[in-house]
Ligand binder design. Structure first.
Ligand code: BG6
Ligand code: MG
Length: 222
């Protein structure tokens, strides 16, 4: 069986937005007096907004009620949106435009499955929205990564069976989500961290699409 769709995570796979998320969370952590650095930020990759806030609060052993947490999450998003206003196509990760073009030329439908509720805006700012056939809406899925929901929603939106999809992710939780969706998983980053992936490349620019397309979906997926 041949692949019919490629489904991409956004932050860290197509666009270099992780830095902007970090700067916004760092500002919140500073305001709360919680020590938070780039190493701590690694654990936030692929994690949704409230999950990220919970992680930072846990670092500072801070406990807040839901309204206070909602205010902080909204404040962080305000900081992030301010930073997003400066995003341009210069923030597309090296190799991402070429990868999308190669996947398109190989006849694949193209989807985005991001935990970010700002995914459409990020794609717009980066000038990539027109290159994508379907963007799954993180606000509409019940469970965030590592659950398979966002990848399954994307496959459904593309009208392609999950077994015929290959997913690309830079976060361990995202790779778990792809595998749970019964798709072939391509990791982008550290092979040790992304050990669950079927194949790992060090960066988006290093992806060899021919090698990816030679992978055979597992028998359970056919
Ligand atoms: C993911 C990022 O793509 O989206 C996380 O890796 C981020 O760092 C998450 O927290 C949620 O993003 P947003 O834009 O909905 O706050
Ligand atoms: Mg990511």
């Amino acid at each position: 069986m041949a692949f019919r769709a490629a489904i991409f995570d956004l932050d860290g796979v197509l666009v270099d937005s992780a830095r902007l998320h970090f700067v916004a969370w760092k500002r919140i952590a500073d305001e709360l007096g919680i020590a938070f650095d780039e190493h701590d930020n690694e654990a936030l990759k692929g994690v949704d907004r409230m999950g990220s806030l919970d992680h930072i609060l846990a670092l500072g052993a801070v406990s807040l009620d839901l309204p206070a947490k909602e205010e902080l999450a909204a404040r962080k998003n305000g900081y992030y949106l301010d930073a997003l206003a400066t995003m341009t196509d210069a923030d597309i990760l090296p190799g991402a435009t070429a990868l999308l073009a190669s996947a398109r030329a190989a006849g694949l439908a193209l989807g985005v499955a991001s935990a970010s509720r700002n995914a459409v805006m990020v794609l717009e700012r980066a000038g990539l929205l027109d290159s994508i056939d379907f963007v799954a809406d993180a606000a509409k899925v019940a469970r965030s990564k590592p659950a398979p929901d966002i990848f399954l929603a994307c496959a459904a939106g593309l009208d392609v069976a999950p077994a015929a999809c290959v997913g690309f992710e830079d976060a361990a939780a995202g790779v778990t989500a792809i595998k749970a969706a019964d798709m072939v998983a391509i990791g982008i980053g550290d092979a040790g961290i992304l050990a669950e992936a079927d194949l790992v490349f060090a960066s988006t620019a290093a992806v060899d699409l021919d090698q990816v397309l030679r992978l055979t979906p597992a028998p359970s997926q056919v």
